[in-house]
Design a protein around this ligand. Structure first.
Ligand code: XMP
Length: 510
């Protein structure tokens, strides 16, 4: 893999994505990794990311100069660029000229910027700058505030840039990354959808052998693609179990029973566990507790199904559609902090009786969608809005009850219907509808006073759910959603719009 060493940059994940877009597999690793740990992974290249620190700050992470003796290509970005310059004997100074945002870059040839316009915009964010490149490097780019804004030593396969090539505000950035990977580092672009499928099918075969697996089908894209991959690997020995936990959206169960089975021909068993989840959630209001309970009950139901399903042999493997961002956000990735326990990662009970098969554990959502299409799944499944495993349970702020679920389901169905009718499905990532069940507000309907609940519309646009912006939905669509919900859902007398990006908000409210 290409390892992206994370110096605390909000950009590290994005860099990994961009590398993958250049069809090279990439993962993020913490900057606390030792050189041995890095080399053990047999990296085809190492990218040093940006970071908030100044190389002069006390305790600023350094780059061990020994890294440059390993014969591995290295690319430095922003802080990583300066740390690289410093480790190799160049000069980094605090000149007092800071550059933030759009900056004009002047380039003078070189392998990295070859064929790019002599002057073009890039995205900068730095206070210090490199004033002298290390020996053996040629300087191929500069800006007003950064005399050395790009350098390379093609012989040793080292290069770096002061700006951020990974952000969309650097329009030629992807080309620069691609040139480093393909031309300077000499890595062949092999991370394609077809190769991901082949590779995963081979891994699944190796892991499961002639055993049996059951798959936790949720109706969402991720578990559907995971199941389709596993089915391709082990065929009949996979049984999909769809747990109706009662926290589903309207029509969801029927859609899974119909569309997914039609597309894959997979064996599907539906378990009605609505009562069980409702009683386990009774009285619970804390979001983390809800997630843990739902995760635990899920697993228990699967274990029970596995015992009941004599036909499957004794399933010892459980397939889950865990994605790379789930792993990272649950603190399992690069030592990042635990933001939420995604129910399929942090919420697993300690005495889990299954071995996990997680074929999407290395993938971002858009990669999963491409894999789904490659496997022949229908658009209706592949392009549907993401829906969290804990379902509507984490979209009712307050205790989850059967009545509140009915209310939220009705409001959610209206929002989805209107968004689809307006042709907006591909503009948004998802639009959770959240019921503020413990909040009441006064309204007037007909001639009477009402004292009902607000629902929140949370439309977001995102590339991979790691970051998101609120979607500027047309007012007339918002109006239709609002009017219909307040007219048709009797408990709801107010519709409000969430206009928070992620960060600081998360997409879901709990
Ligand atoms: P947040 O709220 O963390 O959500 O910004 C990011 C994306 O993940 C979905 N999500 C989940 N998916 N299990 C899942 O399978 C979960 O526990 C979970 N929590 C959030 C959320 O809908 C969004 O797409």
């Amino acid at each position: 893999p290409v390892l992206v060493v994370d110096y605390g940059a909000q950009y590290a994940q994005l860099i990994a994505r961009r590398v993958r877009e250049a069809q090279v597999y990439s993962e993020v690793v913490p900057h606390t990794s030792t050189i041995d740990e890095l080399l053990e992974r047999k990296p085809s290249a190492i990218i040093l990311s940006g970071g908030p620190s100044s190389v002069y700050a006390e305790g600023a992470p350094r780059v061990d100069p020994a890294l440059f003796d390993a014969g591995v290509p290295v690319f430095g970005i922003c802080y990583g660029f300066q740390a690289m310059a410093q480790a190799l004997g160049g000069d980094v100074e605090h000149t007092g000229t800071r550059e933030f945002g759009r900056t004009e870059l002047g380039v003078t040839g070189g392998a990295l910027h070859e064929e790019l316009p002599a002057r073009h915009p890039v995205w900068m964010s730095h206070g210090d700058c490199v004033t002298k490149a290390p020996e053996g490097f040629s300087v191929t780019a500069s800006s007003e505030g950064a005399p050395v804004a790009g350098f390379e030593d093609v012989e040793r396969r080292f290069a770096g840039v002061q700006y951020h090539p990974e952000v969309a505000h650097s329009p030629h950035g992807q080309e620069v990354l691609r040139r480093f990977l393909h031309e300077i580092a000499g890595i062949r672009p092999q991370w394609t959808t077809a190769s991901i499928v082949d590779d995963q099918v081979a891994r699944i075969k190796a892991q499961i052998g002639d055993g049996h697996a059951i798959c936790a089908l949720s109706g969402g894209v991720d578990s559907a693609v995971a199941a389709a991959l596993v089915q391709q690997a082990i065929g009949e020995r996979l049984t999909c179990v769809f747990v109706d936990h009662g926290l589903l959206r309207a029509g969801e169960r029927a859609q899974v029973e119909r569309d997914f089975v039609a597309a894959t021909g997979v064996k599907l068993v539906t378990v009605d566990a609505r009562e069980r989840f409702l009683s386990a959630l009774a009285g619970i209001t804390d979001p983390e507790q809800k997630r843990k309970i739902i995760g635990r009950e899920f697993i228990r139901v699967f274990e029970q199904s596995a015992r009941d399903l004599k036909a499957t042999g004794d399933a010892e493997f459980l397939v889950q559609g865990t994605l790379y961002p789930d792993v990272v956000e649950s603190g399992g990735g690069t030592g990042t902090s635990n933001i939420k326990s995604h129910h399929n990662v942090g919420g697993l009970p300690e005495d889990l009786q299954f071995k996990l098969v997680e074929p999407l554990r290395l993938l971002f959502k858009d990669e999963v969608r491409r894999v789904g299409l490659e496997l022949g799944l229908p658009e209706t499944i592949v392009h549907r809005q993401p829906f969290p495993g804990p379902g509507l349970g984490i979209r009712i702020i307050g205790e989850v009850t059967a009545e509140r679920l009915e209310t939220l389901r009705a409001a959610d169905a209206i929002a989805r219907e209107e968004l689809t009718a307006a042709g907006l499905d591909s503009d948004i990532w998802q639009c959770p509808v959240v019921l503020l069940a413990d909040v009441r507000s006064v309204g007037v309907q007909g001639d009477g006073r009402t004292y009902g609940h607000p629902v929140v519309l949370r439309p977001v646009s995102s590339e991979d759910a790691m970051t998101a912006d609120w979607t500027r939905l047309p007012y007339d669509v918002l109006e239709r959603i609002s009017t219909r919900i307040t007219n048709e859902v009797s408990e709801v007398n107010r519709v409000v719009l969430d206009v928070t990006s992620k960060p600081p908000g998360t997409i879901e409210w709990e």
